[in-house]
Design a protein around this ligand. Structure first.
Ligand code: HEC
Ligand code: HEC
Ligand code: HEC
Ligand code: HEC
Ligand code: HEC
Ligand code: HEC
Ligand code: HEC
Length: 404
């Protein structure tokens, strides 16, 4: 009797669940009911979606699957030696990936890869433990196609206890909520102005930088256009075209102007059209503008360029398509440079160093040279050399001749 009753309940549940699934509106976004989720944009914005899913923004954080991870797990290329008794080995076990700490040949502990950050030049990872998130001590770098110490980690002592703060997620993901324990038994998720806690609710993580992270909540936009498919003009959606220059810059500078200012509000709350000065306060110590790093502070550097200062219009989207990665060749950029610099006064000495077409196609090579980051350094296994991480500077200027 009892068995039949239970089966009946299961049956009813099954019917209920499948009928829920068929409803178009059953997606709930961890950010709240104002959000529609990126999947919902595809039906009307296929073009933006197709390029965006391959972009670094989309991959700024990723689940640590075998497809997403860049480093090697095969014999030989998966070992980081700290000293003659201590090593960390990158291992695959039952479809899960681990950094395994060995001492004197004995396994001490296996730490899982749970979340990956980045997919272009470097990839750092971390693991969850009781709602805290910890960085793994070994990262992957494309420039050496190998594992090396995570930025600024020791090459002689493995450290699995460094917490990754919510800040990383605030620039590398679309959402993660703090978890506040109110009483010993009941827990509530709240999302308040300040990021005071690194006690996070991993179920609320939205990987990568998605459509609504840049465009703001879009549920009513989606609903309106589904209801009135003939509307050609965007409804309930901030248009970047109608924003002023500072607003457009702020929408990118949220994550591209360094991390040394005092925070007034959480980065996660920012919406296009808002002013960054409501979110951050200039830190008097960071006035040392000569030391802006090529990593993470594109706006700081660009602001020091005459191009930026003397032009009325230049912003990030002058040169970047926000839905697509930077193109591999520099010809594209040269064309953008030349849209403002129809004629350039290069001296005979400069002209002698390079062919005419070389000069025309390579503005970036000479005027935005690669520079080493002072913030990010790493070491390879069994190698005392300190490697630095280099990116193009956004301070567009005349530099002493670079060797090509
Ligand atoms: C049912 C169709 C539909 C869906 C779904 C939809 N949009 Fe739109 N969207 C439109 C139409 C129509 C326009 C106006 C024409 C255009 O710019 O493509 C538009 C325009 C936009 C614009 C440009 C606004 C401007 O004026 O510059 C943005 C940004 C945008 N949508 C974002 C989104 C996002 C993000 C999602 C998913 C959360 C989404 N849309 C889902 C129909 C839709
Ligand atoms: C929420 C934070 C955030 C916002 C807002 C943001 N970015 Fe980014 N952006 C990142 C992060 C993080 C990366 C590095 C992603 C990675 O490789 O892991 C990145 C990477 C990039 C890249 C490198 C892409 C490549 O070729 O690999 C460009 C260019 C860029 N952003 C431009 C912009 C522009 C332009 C805007 C404004 C329209 C913007 N970003 C807004 C966080 C952000
Ligand atoms: C203020 C925003 C910001 C914060 C905070 C931040 N990042 Fe980034 N991160 C960026 C941007 C922007 C880039 C890409 C361009 C660059 O290097 O300037 C980047 C690049 C990276 C890359 C290389 C990605 C690639 O595809 O090559 C990794 C790995 C990374 N960050 C990890 C982290 C980790 C781990 C943390 C926390 C400890 C963190 N980031 C905190 C903005 C941020
Ligand atoms: C890094 C921030 C960022 C992300 C992520 C992003 N957008 Fe955009 N989007 C912008 C900016 C900035 C513009 C304005 C571009 C311009 O005016 O040239 C824009 C413009 C648009 C437009 C207007 C037409 C066009 O292409 O200029 C649509 C539609 C749109 N985005 C949809 C989307 C959808 C859908 C997604 C997710 C698949 C998405 N965006 C992800 C920043 C972003
Ligand atoms: C939106 C227009 C615009 C774009 C795009 C632009 N510039 Fe400029 N650039 C300017 C202006 C305006 C000046 C200042 C000219 C002056 O001082 O008379 C300038 C100045 C310069 C200078 C002189 C810098 C100095 O310190 O004396 C160089 C070099 C330069 N630009 C190179 C470039 C390169 C390379 C690119 C492409 C990566 C580029 N510009 C893109 C507008 C632009
Ligand atoms: C005058 C053109 C120009 C402007 C304006 C510009 N960038 Fe760039 N950006 C470049 C070039 C060129 C590169 C190098 C691309 C490469 O080497 O593939 C680049 C690379 C980047 C990268 C990737 C770094 C890397 O090596 O992966 C990021 C992130 C970025 N830009 C962000 C921004 C942001 C944010 C703004 C606005 C504050 C901005 N850019 C304004 C030309 C520009
Ligand atoms: C081989 C390196 C090199 C390349 C490539 C190059 N420049 Fe220059 N550029 C220089 C140097 C060096 C100077 C300083 C004047 C001189 O010594 O020729 C300069 C000066 C300038 C100036 C300031 C002088 C003026 O005309 O007002 C501008 C603007 C400029 N370059 C833009 C560009 C643009 C745009 C491109 C690409 C079409 C480009 N440069 C390609 C090296 C280069």
């Amino acid at each position: 009797m009892k068995k039949a009753y239970i089966l009946f309940i299961i049956f009813v549940w099954g019917v209920f669940l499948t009928s829920c699934k068929n409803e178009s509106d059953d997606y709930t976004d961890p950010r709240g009911t104002d959000y529609a989720g990126s999947e919902s944009c595809i039906q009307c914005h296929q073009k933006q979606h197709e390029t965006a899913i391959h972009s670094s923004h989309y991959k700024a954080s990723l689940p640590a699957t075998k497809e997403n991870i860049l480093g090697h797990f095969e014999n030989g290329k998966n070992i980081f030696v700290y000293d003659k008794n201590t090593k960390v080995v990158m291992e695959e076990r039952n479809d899960s990936l681990y950094q395994v700490l060995y001492k004197n040949g004995k396994e001490i502990k296996a730490y899982p890869f749970d979340v990956l950050f980045g997919a272009k030049h470097a990839q750092t990872s971390g693991y969850w433990k009781n709602h805290y998130f910890y960085e793994l001590p070994v990262s992957y770098y494309k420039s050496i196609n190998n594992w090396a110490t995570s930025p600024n980690y020791s090459a002689t002592k493995p450290d699995f206890n460094r917490k990754i703060l919510k800040e990383c997620f605030a620039c590398h993901s679309s959402n993660i909520a703090s978890k506040y324990v109110t009483t010993s038994s009941s827990e509530t998720y709240t999302f308040m102005g300040m990021e005071v806690d690194d006690f996070m609710s991993k179920n609320t993580l939205i990987y990568g930088i998605d459509c609504e992270r840049c465009h703001g909540p879009a549920k009513t936009h989606v609903q309106t256009h589904l209801k009135f498919p003939d509307l050609k003009k965007a409804q309930n959606m901030v248009s970047f075209r109608n924003l002023n220059r500072q607003q457009r810059i702020d929408a990118c500078a949220l994550c591209h102007s360094g991390n040394d200012k005092s925070k007034l509000k959480s980065r996660f709350q920012f919406k296009p059209g808002e002013s960054l000065s409501d979110y951050f306060q200039e830190n008097p110590r960071s006035k040392d503008t000569l030391n802006y790093d090529v990593h993470g502070n594109q706006l700081g550097l660009l602001s020091q360029s005459k191009c930026f200062q003397k032009s009325q219009t230049m912003d990030c989207i002058t040169c970047h398509n926000p839905h697509q990665d930077t193109p591999q060749n520099h010809i594209t950029y040269s064309k953008i440079c030349m849209s403002c610099h129809q004629s350039t006064k290069h001296t005979a000495i400069t002209l002698k160093t390079i062919s005419k077409s070389g000069l025309a196609n390579n503005c970036v090579e000479c005027h935005m040279p690669k520079q080493d980051s002072k913030a990010i350094r790493f070491q390879q296994s069994n190698n005392p050399a300190i490697n630095s991480y280099s990116l193009r500077t956004h301070k567009i200027a005349v530099y002493p001749a670079t060797k090509n």
